[in-house]
Design a protein around this ligand. Structure first.
Ligand SMILES: Nc1ncnc2c1ncn2[C@@H]1O[C@H](COP(=O)(O)OP(=O)(O)OP(=O)(O)O)[C@@H](O)[C@H]1O
Ligand SMILES: [Mg+2]
Length: 323
């Protein structure tokens, strides 16, 4: 299969500083291509060059054999979904409006079609449109907001999706769920994804191909297994060794990012049962006692509205993943 995206001898200089030094790599259609490296290594710069948010000082970038400079800028960007570390949703727009706000400029997509697409992409990121379409960003957990960010990136039907540390701000467990989500979406929709992370573990989970960047140089490009078994440089070897993180199930980050919702957004929470929750075990007990109904988990870091079904789904998935 021929190359879909090609970076040829790409360089970026700001005054006397070289930020990217002679970078070349190729990406095939349908691949998840991961750029991994420490802070300041040049990953975001490389990513933003694809849809021309940053122009290279020299070298060229081809998409389907044609220089990105020779595409109409607007259609190049419409063909490129973009997901950032924080979902950066407009606080005054609902989830549905946030998802399609960029499509309002497009004459080829009617209002009816926009509303239809809101539903489709929300379901695609496992959020029930009935529950989420009309919520505001302040009524979402961090993980949910990031799902909406992914839905927004997909709604225009782009061929390419750029993801810049999309999960770095999330708890490890939620992060893994969203990694799985993107891997599944990828299987379903066959997008080509350029994915930036500074976490080697994430790179290995997500990437069909990984490019390790360090101080503006490309240290190695290869399949995850190749990089693990045959690190090309000491940097690659050490970078991988340092990145083994201890992924512990942590109640606070779990409730804050994925499983709990701030009860002040629900009417009549005082009629719901309240449980004091100090541990994951307490949470599971609350869910077991009230499998069908919502309840409030009171913790020393705040109150959270809990949907037991969602907790079950989450825990079952975790068991399955570890089996
Ligand atoms: N406009 C600019 N002028 C000068 N230097 C810049 C400019 N923009 C970026 N840089 C430098 O380019 C280098 C690469 O930046 P880049 O944002 O691509 O890094 P990164 O790998 O994405 O880092 P991080 O993991 O922290 O996001 C950094 O050293 C940064 O300071
Ligand atoms: Mg960056």
């Amino acid at each position: 299969m021929e190359n879909y995206i090609e970076y040829h001898n790409v360089e970026k200089h700001y005054k006397d500083t070289t930020v990217l030094d002679n970078i070349s790599f190729n990406i095939k259609k349908g691949e998840i291509f991961v750029l991994v490296g420490p802070s300041g290594s040049g990953k975001t710069t490389l990513l933003k060059m694809f849809n021309r948010l940053i122009e290279p000082s020299s070298g060229e970038i081809l998409f389907k054999g044609k220089n990105v400079k020779d595409y109409n800028l607007r259609s190049l960007r419409e063909n490129t979904g973009y997901v950032l570390q924080s979902a950066s949703l407009f606080p005054n727009l609902t989830v549905g409006e946030n998802i399609t706000v960029a499509l309002e400029q497009r004459h080829d997509i009617s209002k009816k079609e926009r509303l239809h697409r809101q539903q489709i992409v929300l379901k695609g990121v496992d959020l029930d449109p009935k529950l989420y379409l009309n919520r505001f960003p302040s009524e979402l957990s961090g993980g949910e907001a990031q799902r909406v960010g992914i839905a927004r990136a997909l709604v225009g039907g782009p061929e390419i999706v750029l993801m810049d540390e999309p999960f770095s701000a999330l708890d490890p467990i939620v992060r893994k769920q969203l990694q799985d989500l993107v891997l599944n979406l990828q299987k379903q929709f066959k997008k080509t994804i350029m994915f930036v992370t500074h976490d080697m573990q994430e790179a290995i989970r997500m990437g069909n191909k990984i490019a390790v960047v360090h101080q503006g140089n490309l240290e190695q490009v290869g399949m995850p297994r190749e990089i693990l078994q045959h690190p090309a440089t000491d940097f690659v070897k050490n970078f991988f060794a340092d990145s083994r993180v201890n992924q512990k199930l942590d109640l606070e980050s779990l409730l804050k990012s994925e499983l709990g919702v701030d009860p002040k957004f629900y009417p009549k929470t005082e009629t719901l049962p309240h449980y004091h929750v100090d541990t994951i075990k307490d949470l599971v007990k609350g869910c077991a006692d009230h499998p069908e109904s919502l309840f409030i988990a009171q913790t020393n870091f705040g109150d959270f509205l809990i949907e037991p079904k969602r907790v079950w789904k989450f825990l079952l998935k975790k068991v399955a993943d570890n089996a």
